[in-house]
Design a protein around this ligand. Structure first.
Ligand code: NCD
Length: 308
């Protein structure tokens, strides 16, 4: 399948070759952004950015990508100011906005919500996070970061730590890396927040060794240490969150006991799971990771509008 007109809903939808193509275009976009700043590649396009859940990086890096490609942008950055607050369905919102723009980027709290919108309209829809479901553009920028930091996507031991149950980034990352046959996934979480069984089963079916553990020390031998925040907003009972918050706190001292070459990543925002004394280490890639989001999102926008 080509990219033009395509929805970006889940990393399950991509082949290895497609992911490699996205990586290549992202590198070109990085070059373009660094040399030209702003181009006119999409100067005849308008993109809607509809964010019905909190966001800093995803929304602002999408808006930066849109501007760097010369496109126009209309934005909802607060659910309370959109008609979602009046009870409008996602499908009706999508069908309305479809008449204004060439592409819709949406973040909202319901698993499958972005797909529901995509099914209702003919312009491409990009899932910017559907509750505890998927976050495909984050996972693709994570791959772009892994490639830049380690020089490869193959033969990696990847540890994902924290809230693997509600954390959509690790769901998408598991599927995005799977075609590159990781040597091992180390899923490190409190028992109550382990990786959903269906995802573990899917990874095993692809032949990937999955180690499930609750001990942070098991994660330190990985090549990639992907830390995540306990997703407070997904807990029905605040007392359950209180019991689990602070489960893992990565400090410089702990890190120095592990693989010296480890790459530490985090989708951000962090709460307390990486101590700030890690930030100055060359291993700490999380702010570089956040910056890579612009190039990856430029690539996706250009590709689905047939201009890459
Ligand atoms: C993540 C998200 O929204 O899922 N943030 C992001 O997009 N960079 C991670 C999180 O909120 O914990």
């Amino acid at each position: 399948m080509g990219f033009e007109g395509r929805d970006i809903l889940s990393t399950e939808d991509f082949t290895k070759d497609e992911i490699l193509e996205i990586m290549e275009v992202s590198a070109r976009m990085e070059e373009l952004a660094r040399t030209k700043g702003v181009s006119n590649l999409l100067s005849d396009k308008i993109v809607a950015v509809i964010f019905l859940e909190p966001s800093t990086r995803t929304r602002l890096s999408f808006e930066t990508a849109i501007r760097r490609l010369g496109a126009g942008c209309i934005t909802v950055a607060d659910a309370k100011t959109s008609s979602a607050a009046k009870g409008e369905t996602l499908a009706d919102t999508a069908r309305t906005i479809e008449g204004y723009v060439d592409c819709i980027i949406v973040r909202q709290p319901m698993i499958g919500g972005a797909k529901l919108m995509a099914d209702a309209v003919s312009v491409p829809v990009i899932n910017g996070g559907d509750g505890p479901g998927q976050h495909p553009t984050q996972a693709l920028l994570d791959l772009y970061t892994i490639k830049k930091e380690t020089g490869r996507l193959e033969q990696l031991k990847v540890a994902m730590v924290g809230d693997l149950k509600y954390g959509r980034t690790v769901h998408s990352l598991s599927y995005a890396l799977a075609p590159f046959l990781p040597e091992r996934y180390i899923f490190c979480a409190p028992d109550a927040l382990q990786m959903p069984k269906n995802i573990v089963a899917d990874m095993k079916a692809k032949g990937i060794t999955c180690q499930q553990t609750s001990g942070l020390e098991d994660a330190l031998e990985a090549d990639i240490l992907y830390m995540t925040r306990i997703q407070r907003e997904r807990f029905d009972n605040p007392a359950d969150y209180e019991k689990l918050k602070g489960s893992y706190i990565l400090t410089r001292e702990i890190l120095e006991k592990g693989n010296k070459e480890i790459t530490v990543m985090h989708p951000l925002p962090r709460v307390d799971e990486i101590s700030t004394d890690v930030d100055d280490l060359p291993n700490a890639a999380y702010f570089r990771q956040a910056h890579n989001g612009v190039f990856l999102r430029m690539a996706l926008l250009a590709m689905i509008m047939g201009r890459a």
